[in-house]
Design a protein around this ligand. Structure first.
Ligand code: F6P
Length: 562
């Protein structure tokens, strides 16, 4: 534990160590978390089902006849604009979707998150990533202002460490400054910083360079280390739990590399290793020097952790001031989410469109297509954010759900996708709604390139919704049209706007979790595979504890292993 967090830990301990979010008894805890809510029993849900069965919608006709549709189906938050007018909804359906929100516990649930109730019930944890970007002046309970103090102290440590590294005063064992930082982490401990480092490359300092290693496939780590000079390399081990198999194995291999390259034994303890974790005890047991640990709190979920010390590699890349801009952008979205009316609330609109498709139109996938090369990693980031959060089939109260949750999120950048899967989007037999995302201005690209990029995006959205009639001799030229999309525009891809964009999707996930009555903040579905992998690692011979296919594959691999 470092000196800053030590101080603040002492300060908060008496009041928060046994804190349960509020003095709630068992019954009110149940009500606060709305274990009993069943969306399918609401009047709005039933009306929406009827709409899906009988209402025929031609969106182009709606856009033509309803002059206010675009305005009413658009929402602004700072420099972000969402146009959701190209969706398969009438005004009546929109009203019923809003009614579903009103009939759901969303309002109370949102308040519960922002006020630190333990809404992650299966892990008995608060969900306070919004506190990482809050200001003291915000309308937050006095208790949480104390917690902002802890967050600030942790951010101060990130600033101190990152400034030393950026300025060249963080010195390796042989007295050399750091030129390369390797972030070893997976899932939430990598995807956010990687996305943001790529998106904000324009703001980055050329040295140190940042590398991300996640996969346990040694090829990834070896290829990166082969290019680096151990004297000038810093390994950042990012792991909330400090138990993740891939991360620990990659870190150990990296530690051995220092020994081979420059003869440093137990290099985990040296100045070549920094750990970021919510579990310092594990990091110390692993061999990290306690003075090289950047902490964050347990109430920061892995996939919501970019804003915490997990953002360290990003801070090394873009500097603390730009990182604070990212936080400010996320905060702007938080305030919008908290205070805007439901019908002009961007995360709510995004969530409702998806609920309409997932639960009523039965569209099973959702494509995210950034028309922005720097947002190349956004689809993978959102895959974890949405699917790990809401890919659930049991309610908060433990009941098996009778309705769909979270569709499959997929995508890649435009215009690349146009030459790969857009054929299916336009003429395939499945309907996959799309989120188009773009920056209006881009100083990293020539004006003409950017114009071509944005016009392509507009053309795709329009072609999807308008379609095209075929002639008798060219039925293959028929486009049904009526294929829905959202368009999210930002003035430019700044740290601030990136913060708002990511927070937008975080809150979208929250709204959906509230309505679907699920806990969006745990991920028990990843545990079984982890424990089975461990079992397989502990055995050299196939046995009956696996299915016959897996046992046969195990033997086949063993037989052919050279
Ligand atoms: O396996 C899923 C998961 O637990 C994610 O939720 C998390 O982001 C990732 O693994 C990495 O976990 P950690 O930061 O504890 O290494």
């Amino acid at each position: 534990m470092n000196q800053f967090t030590k101080r603040f830990r002492f300060f908060r301990f008496p009041s928060l160590s046994g804190f349960t979010g509020s003095p709630l008894d068992e019954g009110s805890h149940k009500i606060m978390n709305n274990f009993d809510f069943k969306p399918q029993d609401t009047a709005a849900w039933k009306r929406l089902k009827t709409h899906a069965n009988i209402t025929t919608i031609n969106v182009v006709d709606e856009l033509t006849s309803d002059r206010k549709r675009v305005e009413d189906f658009s929402v602004q938050c700072g420099q972000l604009r969402l146009d959701f007018s190209k969706n398969l909804i009438t005004r009546e359906i929109w009203q019923d979707l809003l009614a579903l929100v009103y009939e759901s516990p969303f309002d109370k649930h949102r308040e519960a998150m922002f006020t630190g109730q333990r809404i992650n019930t299966s892990e008995d944890r608060q969900v306070l990533h919004t506190l990482l970007r809050a200001e003291m002046a915000d309308d937050i309970d006095q208790l949480y202002k104390g917690m902002i103090g802890i967050v600030r102290a942790q951010l101060d440590m990130v600033e101190v460490f990152s400034k030393k590294i950026r300025s060249g005063s963080w010195i390796g064992v042989n007295g050399e400054a750091i030129t390369d930082v390797v972030n070893i982490g997976i899932g939430g401990s990598a995807l956010g910083p990687k996305l943001a480092c790529e998106a904000l490359v324009e703001y980055s300092q050329s040295v140190p360079r940042i590398h991300f290693i996640s996969n346990v496939d040694g090829a990834a780590l070896n290829a990166t280390l082969a290019k680096l000079d151990a004297n000038k390399t810093l390994i950042v081990v990012a792991s909330k739990t400090f138990t993740t198999q891939e991360t620990l194995l990659n870190s150990t291999t990296a530690a051995n590399w220092f020994e081979q390259e420059i003869g440093v034994k137990n290099s985990q303890y040296s100045a070549h290793f920094v750990a970021i974790t919510a579990n310092s005890a594990n990091a110390i047991a692993y061999g990290i020097n306690p003075r090289h640990i950047l902490e964050f709190e347990e109430w920061v979920g892995g996939r919501f952790s970019l804003w915490s010390s997990i953002g360290f590699s990003l801070v090394v890349s873009i500097g603390i001031d730009n990182f604070k801009q990212l936080l400010a952008g996320a905060r702007e979205m938080d305030l919008h989410f908290k205070t805007s009316p439901i019908n002009k609330n961007m995360p709510v609109a995004l969530a409702l469109m998806n609920i309409w498709y997932c639960n009523f139109m039965k569209f099973q996938t959702h494509a995210v297509i950034p028309y922005c090369e720097r947002l190349n990693s956004l689809p993978s980031y959102l895959q974890q954010l949405e699917m790990e959060s809401n890919g659930k089939s049991v309610s908060r109260g433990g009941e098996t759900l009778e309705y769909e949750t979270c569709g499959i999120i997929w995508g890649q950048t435009g215009t690349n996708g146009q030459h790969a899967f857009f054929q299916l989007l336009h003429q395939g037999t499945f309907c996959a709604p799309v989120d188009f995302i773009a920056a209006i201005n881009d100083s990293t690209s020539e004006l003409l390139h950017h114009k071509v990029l944005l016009r392509n995006m507009l053309a795709q959205g329009s072609a999807l919704i308008k379609g095209q009639n075929s002639t008798a001799d060219a039925p293959h030229c028929y486009y049904s049209g009526n294929k829905p999309s959202n368009t999210i525009l930002m003035d430019s891809l700044t740290p601030h706007n990136l913060g708002s964009l990511i927070a937008l999707y975080e809150h979208k996930v929250f709204v959906q979790g509230s309505i679907w009555s699920i806990n969006s903040f745990d991920q028990w579905g990843v545990e079984l595979g982890k424990s089975m992998a461990q079992k397989l690692l502990n055995t050299e011979e196939s046995n009956n504890s696996f299915d016959a296919s897996t046992s046969a594959l195990f033997d086949y691999i063993n037989d052919r292993t050279l």
